[in-house]
Design a protein. Structure first.
Lengths: 600, 182
């Protein structure tokens, strides 16, 4: 599947185009302009001796049907291919069916037509050109009208208006008893995981919701998806329930969908790493500039932990740095701001939310484990220019900013000045430095081919590809925070290279473990292909990115088989790895020793 | 375009059987198409032109549609498994086959077109119906033909096993080194 197609929208757009074509044709014919009457030609082909209105109806039905079918074809193969205004894209696409209609369909219809065969209608000849220029010109004009209308109407095939929920979620599932606590899973050791892609940022000033669970078909196929996880031999699943559909208002939660999902997870023995906030917020909370966000998310986390007391693994806020950067610095999502102050505000709110959520969950479930997943970033200066080096150094400090606040790690003095300049008071900074939520934390470092960047001679960041790799980048994060680590996301946009990339990432994990870094998990993200991540979800185009262990038809990709192979090959060895509790204890001891050494 | 499609991961994976699924779907879909062809008497004129019986023409049609199904599976591979889009891919493929096969062979190349009137319409309808039916049944058939994840062949291991990490497209290829002594 190349694209995620909005079928109803495509059919309606195609029919609207065909309708417009007929309206224009009818007006011109009534005005005496020599214009080819396609609808009547089709109608009399089917009903040659019927009254004119019946023939017109039959012809119109065929015309609408053909218009709709070509529109679905457009939606699958042509939409968003050209960097043009949608109306122009549709018009250009009209040049595909146009020659077929002029040179093949029209003359073939003549051969089929009983009234042409009986001589009552003129024939257009073998290639449709012997009846004069007006017929091919009429057909060409009609196609251009159809294509333009189609292009105008078929836009935004994925996502939905932010104030409307997808149908499945809205459907009343009926009152269900709360999910009871199930038997506690045995101790967790090395976690081979995958994830369900679940991002839900808003675009267009908060009016349009990009919902990956909807775009990737998870709301339709969630049961199948869980079975696929187990088929691969996996047990751990990074799962982000749709916050925007559950948290309906202050103190209002709609757990219907998640109750069913959670029950199925328990039945299948899937251990979720619950990802409570993934790049978006409910409409009523607006965006990450809102100071009410941290407390609202903490309330949600507390309610969540009460509702599902068997859930032990949590990611409170996913990739805080990326979320703040793309929302408030690059202007792509949510608040869509492009200024440093907005970025610092988003970071403050995200980090505070994360701290409060961890505290709220820990109050409900003191043995909860937190997987703080963050994007592993690195900036390399291209040249010895002091300004370029300064930019790279600044970015290399800024990448740590949300985690520094979360883990109460003092920031670099330049970064401290930057925070102060852009709205973080000394008191707020001191509050972060006084929190201690680390003791039950695993640091997740995500890694993709675009995470390492070059600061070029103009001071801009360009993607480097895999230069130093996860081993080196994750190592920097470990040196800074000394937390147990997990490789929490990776994938490859070129499906052919997926298995190679998977094994390379795995060897990075093995190497860093050999150096004594406690890595407790590995994740291929995600279970299925994703939609529009090649453009960082900045437009609702519907382009499918073949990064999944399974495609969107839920057929396995080669990388899915490779991951299954990997888990089989290394799973037995890693079952002997220390338990995560033991790793957390060990990390706490090391941290305590470090504190004692500092005091000494 | 083909490179883009390959990068897109449309290649069928080692657990899939697109050619076999295409062959079966092509033959199955030929049944309703044959009914249309017979109903519109679209086989009579071609059979006469070839000096064969209608039955022989029908058999030839089924054989050609078997090949068409295999071609469909080979071309569309993973995309053919799409239950939502299969009907469209199939119908488009049926239309293209009609355009590239019967239209030049029966209508353009002979001195006079062989099919006129309803038989000509029947042939187009039959091809569209064949494509539609094949596109619809293909995913369902293919699902039954998938080699299960548990029982996939060992030949798949080269593309999925640890050796997948090896760089094989280097400008200076080296033979694998010998095993070191114990």
């Amino acid at each position: 599947m190349i694209r995620s197609v909005a079928y109803a929208k495509a059919v309606l757009a195609g029919m609207a185009g065909a309708m417009t074509w007929e309206v224009v044709a009818r007006l011109l014919i009534w005005a005496g302009v020599p214009f080819f009457d396609l609808v009547m030609m089709l109608g009399t082909l089917v009903l040659p001796h019927a009254p004119a209105w019946e023939a017109w109806l039959a012809g119109m039905a065929i015309h609408l049907l053909v218009g709709a079918i070509w529109a679905v074809f457009y939606a699958y193969f042509f939409w968003s291919v050209l960097p043009l205004h949608p109306a122009l894209q549709g018009m250009v696409f009209a040049f595909v069916p146009m020659p077929l209609a002029i040179f093949i369909m029209h003359p073939q219809f003549d051969l089929m037509h009983p009234l042409v065969q009986s001589g009552q209608f003129p024939s257009s000849g073998l290639f449709g050109l012997s009846g004069g220029a007006h017929e091919p010109l009429s057909i060409a004009t009609g196609h251009l009208i159809w294509g333009t209308v189609l292009g105008l109407l078929y836009t935004r095939p994925v996502g939905y208006r932010a104030n409307r929920a997808p149908r499945l979620i809205r459907r009343a599932i009926g009152a269900r008893p709360p999910v009871s606590s199930a038997a506690e899973p045995t101790d967790h050791r090395f976690m081979f995981a995958t994830g369900i892609e679940c991002s839900y940022p808003t675009l267009e000033g908060g009016r349009w919701r990009m919902d990956q669970m909807a775009a990737c078909g998870h709301y339709r196929h969630w049961r199948t998806d869980f079975h696929l996880v187990r088929d691969l031999g996996l047990r751990y699943l990074r799962y982000g329930p749709p916050l925007h559909l559950i948290h309906r208002g202050p103190g209002q939660y709609d757990w219907n969908f998640l109750d069913e999902v959670a029950a199925e997870m328990q039945r299948l023995g899937i251990v979720p790493i619950m990802d409570l906030c993934h790049f978006g917020l409910p409409g009523w909370l607006q965006n990450f500039q809102n100071p009410e966000v941290p407390q609202a998310l903490a309330d949600y986390a507390r309610a969540f932990a009460r509702r599902y007391p068997w859930v032990k693994l949590y990611t409170p806020v996913n990739e805080m740095y990326v979320c703040a950067k793309l929302s408030a610095l690059e202007g792509l999502w949510n608040e869509q701001r492009r200024d440093e102050r907005a970025f610092v505000t988003a970071v403050r709110h995200l980090a505070r939310a994360s701290v409060l959520m961890m505290q709220a969950i820990a109050e409900e479930r003191p043995d909860a484990i937190f997987v703080n997943s963050e994007s592993g970033e690195f900036y390399q200066a291209c040249c010895p220019d002091p300004e370029i080096r300064r930019i790279a150094a600044f970015e290399n400090e800024r990448r740590f900013l949300p985690l520094d606040l979360l883990y109460a790690h003092p920031v670099h003095e330049d970064t401290r000045a930057y925070l102060l300049q852009h709205g973080m008071s000394d008191a707020e900074y001191a509050w972060f430095m006084q929190q201690d939520v680390r003791s039950r934390s695993i640091l997740g470092v995500d890694y993709y081919e675009w995470n390492e960047k070059l600061i070029d001679s103009t001071g801009r960041a360009q993607t480097l590809g895999e230069l130093f790799g996860w081993y080196a980048i994750a190592g920097q994060y470990y040196q800074r925070y000394r937390r147990p680590m997990m490789h929490t996301e990776t994938n490859r946009m070129d499906a052919r290279d997926g298995p190679r990339w998977l094994w390379r990432q795995w060897h990075n994990v093995q190497l860093i473990r050999q150096t004594g870094v406690p890595v407790v998990g590995f994740t291929w993200y995600s279970l299925t292909d994703q939609v529009d991540w090649d453009i960082a979800l900045r437009e609702p185009l519907g382009n499918v990115n073949p990064v999944g262990l399974f495609d969107l038809n839920r057929d396995p990709r080669t990388v899915g088989l490779a991951y299954q192979h990997l888990v089989r090959l290394f799973g037995a060895d890693l079952n002997e790895a220390p338990s995560i509790e033991a790793v957390l204890d060990e990390a706490s001891k090391i941290a305590a020793q470090k504190v004692r050494r500092l005091h000494a | 375009m083909l490179r883009m499609l390959r990068a897109h991961g449309l290649d069928a994976g080692p657990t899939q059987r697109p050619l076999l699924a295409g062959a079966i779907a092509g033959v199955l879909a030929a049944a309703p198409a044959l009914a249309v062809l017979i109903g519109f008497q679209a086989l009579d004129a071609p059979a006469r032109a070839a000096g064969a019986s209608v039955f022989a023409a029908a058999l030839a049609y089924v054989g050609l549609m078997l090949l068409g199904g295999i071609l469909y599976g080979w071309l569309f591979q993973r995309a053919a498994n799409d239950p939502r889009g299969g009907w469209l891919f199939g119908m488009a493929f049926g239309f293209v086959l009609w355009m590239l096969g019967p239209v030049p062979l029966l209508q353009w190349l002979p001195d006079q077109p062989i099919l006129h009137g309803y038989p000509a319409a029947g042939l187009l309808l039959a091809q569209l119906l064949w494509g539609l039916a094949m596109g619809v049944v293909f995913p369902a058939i293919h699902r039954h033909l998938h080699v299960s994840l548990e029982n996939r062949p060992s030949s798949a291991f080269q593309s999925t096993g640890p050796e997948a990490v090896a760089q094989t497209q280097m400008l200076r290829p080296l033979p694998p080194s010998g095993r070191p002594p114990r």
